[in-house]
Write a protein that binds this ligand. Sequence first.
Ligand code: PSV
Ligand code: MN
Length: 385
Amino acid sequence: MIDFTTGLNNLAIETPSWAYGNSGTRFKVFTQHGVPRDPFEKITDAAQVHAFTGAAPTVALHIPWDRVSDFAALATHATDQGVKLGAINANVFQDDDYMLGSVTNPDPRVRRKAIDHLLECVDIMDVTGSRDLKLWFSDGTNYPGQDDIRARQDRLSEALAEVYDRLGDGQRILLEYKLFEPAFYTMDVPDWGTSFLHCIALGPKATVCVDTGHHAPGTNIEFIVAMLLRAGRLGAFDFNSRFYADDDLMVGAADPFQLFRIMHEVVRGGGLDPATGVAFMLDQCHNIEPKIQGQIRSVMNAQEATAKALLVDADALKAAQSAGDVLGANAVLMDAYNTDVRPLLASWREERGLAADPMAAYKASGYFDKIVAERVGGTQAGWGA
Ligand code: PSV
Ligand code: MN
C-alpha cells in the first residue's frame, strides 16, 4: 500500500478552465469582478491555485470555449506560469445542429460534423501535449419511440472507433457518463456500464470518467470506483458535489464522507500510483463564491479526503475483515475518517515551501485586487467562451 507522503505527493488535481469564468444556472449567470476575458487569463488564474496549493499542476481546456489561434503559445503561457495544459474537453452539445444528438444523431451530416470536432480536438492535443480527450455526450431522447436505442448505440460506437483510431501514442479517450439531463428519457451514455462496454470494445486507450455528480441519489460511487480500478479502466474523475442533480458544487462540500470512501477505494486499488493513470479532475462551477478561492478550497477538500484515506491502517483493516470482525473493520475506517488531518497537511505544505494555509495566503497575496484592477474592458469568460 502506498505510504502517506508518497500518496499525497502523487495527488495532482486538474482544475477546469471553465471554473474561472462566470457561471450560474439556467435562470441567471452572475458576473463577478476580475473574471478572465480569454483562455490565457484563465490559465493565469489556474496557476494561482497551483502556486498556493502545490497540488493543481494542470488545467483542462474546453473547445471551442478555449479556442485560440495558437495553442502552442497557450501551452507556453501555461509553462511560463508554472502549470501545464491537461485534458481537452470536446463540446458537441451547444450547436443548434445537436438538438437530436451529436454522434448519435439520426442525420449523418450532423454525425459527421460532431466527429470532425472530436478529431479536431485530437489535433489540438497534439499541439498542447495533452494526454486525454474527455468525451461527454448530451445525446439521448426525451420520448419513448423517439429514436432507436440500439441504432444510437451503433452510431456511438462507430464514432468512437473513428476517434480512437486517430489517437496518437500515449493519448487516451475518457468516456464520461451521465444519468440524465439534458435528455430525460434515455441518455446514450447514462452509466458506467455503458461507458465501460464501449471502452472495452475500443481498446486499452479508452477509459471511463466518473463524474461524481452524474449518478442517481444513493448510488454507491465507491463501488463503481473499485470495479473500474479492478478492471484497469478508471481513467479519470470529474470531482464535484451534489445535493440533488448535477449541482457542480465544490467537491467534498456536500458529502466529505463519500469523498473519503471514494479515495479509500482509490488508495486500495492503486489509483494514486501514477502508472495506474487515474486523472483527478475538478468539474465545477462557482456561481456565487469567488472562483479561485473555490478551486483552492476544492483542492484542499480533495487533499483532506485523500490524507484520511491514506491513514487507513490497511493491515488492521485486513485482519479485522479476515476475522469477520464487522465492527472492528468499520472502526478502522472510521478512525481514519475522524482524524483531523489539517495539521498533517499544513506540515506537508511547509515542507514544500508552501504556506500552511493556502486560502489565507492567497487572500493576503493581493492577486484578486490586482485582477480586478487590471481586467477592465473586454468580455468576461462565461459559458460559451
Ligand atoms: C455537463 O454535464 C458537464 O458538466 C460534463 O460533466 C462535462 O464533463 C462538463 O460538462 C464539461 O463538458
Ligand atoms: Mn463532468
